[in-house]
Write a new protein. Structure first.
Length: 149
């Protein structure tokens, strides 16, 4: 099991609600970036992406990893999961500041490391631009109206 997989398992073991509260849909890229930074720094791997020089990435990886491990330890020791855990987290001043943290943009950092693996999803067909009122009425002519003279 890779470090990325272990970090992901630790975080996801806290439950979907806690992951949403803590990571705001970025748990997978956080695990990927954190594992990559750790491997680059500890093994001296060459990395041209510059992620390890990002202060937010370093601070965020360290703090979030610390919190995930701590929460897993206390929940495994008997602290409740789910809504009760979220209520406790919201009351804890030190942890409340981590809710939906923004110290690092994990998706952007993951894309810098591996653009193919973390390419943004295809948004699909985009609506035509033009006369919004005509489009709302169901017509298909996207030509803007001519203003009165």
């Amino acid at each position: 099991m890779t470090l990325e997989q272990r970090l992901l398992a630790l975080a996801e073991g806290l439950g979907a609600d806690v992951c949403a509260w803590l990571f705001a849909e970025t748990v997978r890229p956080w695990a990927f970036v954190t594992a990559r930074m750790r491997n680059v720094l500890s093994h001296g791997f060459a990395a041209s992406d510059g992620v390890r020089e990002e202060p937010g990435a370093l601070a965020g990886a360290l703090r979030l990893t610390e919190v995930v491990i701590t929460l897993r330890l206390v929940t495994d020791a008997g602290l409740p999961y789910g809504a009760d855990l979220l209520a406790r987290l919201d009351r804890h001043r030190g942890l409340r500041s981590l809710s939906k943290q923004t110290v690092a943009n994990w998706y952007a950092l993951a894309r810098r490391i591996s653009p193919q693996q973390w390419a943004p999803p295809d948004p699909g067909p985009q609506p035509a631009t033009g006369n919004a009122e005509a489009l709302e009425e169901g017509t298909t002519d996207p030509t803007p109206p001519v203003p009165p003279a």
